[in-house]
Design a protein around this ligand. Structure first.
Ligand SMILES: Cc1cc2nc3c(=O)[nH]c(=O)nc-3n(C[C@H](O)[C@H](O)[C@H](O)COP(=O)(O)O)c2cc1C
Length: 388
């Protein structure tokens, strides 16, 4: 049991007034209000860019289209990772073509964790981007236009060829895909995430530990040598089918070449043949992060982030940002706000919920003497990200 919160009545009153007011009407400039009213600066870093707060959207079915990105910008999301595209060579051939399958039906469901807690998961049999590569480049250009207009940072995600055993990497795919993304991105550095997905964890390709570690060590080097200019690379690690010690070995292998590590994509259920989330996912992720070697590069947390308190859990384990998917898909009745678009309702719950929102979590850390103001301002950045 956590000790009773020690916030004064005035602060608690402000939090509940805000929960009420922002639940009625949401604005994209909500971080400015947080700074103004509470002197809390939520600014942080994602792949070398300063973002106004830590909450981003993970790659997936919610970042396939321009209208979804526009909705992200209007809600005031910090960043979005576009759906994962499958790399190809100049002839349109894809060594990872098995990941470019079409599947539309998603089911948002309750999932009971091993410890009995009821969480949420999205059941879906699809994999990567299933339209043409040219259509993906159009989406990247749209994303860049939003970024240039100061509306939203949105970056591509790629699944490049991953060889089995000591087979060579398909360098043509690395070269063609990376350069095409650089052209569509049109600036420097290109920022991208490289996805190691749960379906990959469940695939025979990932049976050998040495193979997986080789991918993590070599892929960033290959992307950088394929590119014409500098690239900021986030490696999104899977939950492999091995033990926690191997999960830590993956973090160490990725730390050598990545600029950021996204930890960790969903768990794989071999019996049902689907990826899943919920409390088992956050439980495993946080436990591994507790004991994983802490590199100097920032991490981005992902997995069962359903409250501001959970954002702080990831932040305390080196995550300067978080990436959500499932919480942006819940039935409307699951959010406390009674109106507004789904994304605004989700952000409202994550930030302003008086019991477990980000603001109350940070203010409690201050009250407990674990987070201190600098020049009167409490900084999200001062949570222990990135350093040993
Ligand atoms: C339907 C669905 C599709 C997804 N597709 C991708 C993907 O293409 N690439 C990727 O890196 N992650 C993908 N993810 C993983 C999410 O980005 C996220 O990291 C993961 O679901 C954990 O966060 P959550 O518990 O908030 O859902 C997908 C997740 C879901 C639920």
């Amino acid at each position: 049991m956590r000790a009773a919160p020690v916030l004064d009545a005035k602060t608690r009153g402000a939090l509940s007034d805000d929960a009420e007011a922002w639940g009625r009407e949401w604005r994209r400039d909500w971080p400015a209000h947080v700074l103004d009213r509470y002197r809390i600066d939520l600014a942080t870093e994602f792949l070398g860019r300063t973002v106004p707060h830590p909450i981003g959207k993970g790659s997936g079915q919610l970042s396939l289209r321009a209208d979804q990105l526009e909705a992200d910008a209007s809600a005031g999301l910090a960043f979005t990772v576009l759906k994962t595209v499958i790399a190809q060579n100049g002839l349109g051939e894809q060594r990872m073509a098995a990941w470019a399958v079409h599947e539309s039906r998603m089911r948002v469901e309750r999932r009971r964790a091993a410890d009995g807690r009821e969480g949420w998961t999205v059941t879906w049999k699809g994999r990567g981007w299933d339209q043409s590569f040219e259509e993906y480049l159009v989406l990247v250009r749209t994303a860049r236009a939003l970024d240039s207009a100061g509306q939203l940072l949105a970056i591509p995600s790629v699944k490049y060829h991953l060889p089995i055993g000591d087979e060579p990497f398909d360098l043509d795919e690395y070269a063609f895909t990376t350069r095409a993304l650089e052209d569509a991105w049109g600036g420097s550095p290109l920022l991208l995430e490289k996805d190691f997905s749960p379906t990959l964890a469940g695939d025979a390709r990932a049976d050998e530990r040495a193979t997986v570690l080789r991918w993590l060590a070599e892929v960033p080097v290959l992307i950088r040598s394929a590119a014409r200019g500098p690239v900021g690379i986030g490696l999104k690690l899977m939950n492999a089918r091995f033990d926690d010690a191997f999960q830590r070995d993956m973090v160490a292998a990725a730390a050598a070449g990545a600029d950021s590590i996204t930890v960790f994509n969903r768990l794989w259920d071999p019996a049902a043949g689907v990826a899943y989330g919920g409390w088992d996912l956050s439980g495993r992720n946080l436990a591994v992060l507790d004991s994983a070697p802490r590199g100097t590069q920032p991490r981005s947390g992902t997995g069962n982030i359903t409250s501001g308190r959970m954002i702080v859990e990831y932040a305390n384990r080196g995550c300067s940002t978080v990436q959500l998917h499932t919480f942006f898909q819940l039935p409307l009745s699951a959010y406390p706000a009674g109106r507004g678009p789904r994304l605004a309702r989700a952000l409202h719950a994550l930030v302003f919920a008086p019991e477990d929102g980000l603001l109350v979590a940070l203010l409690e850390l201050e009250a407990e003497g674990r987070l201190h103001r600098r020049d009167g301002v409490l900084h999200f950045r001062d949570l222990p990200h990135g350093t040993a």
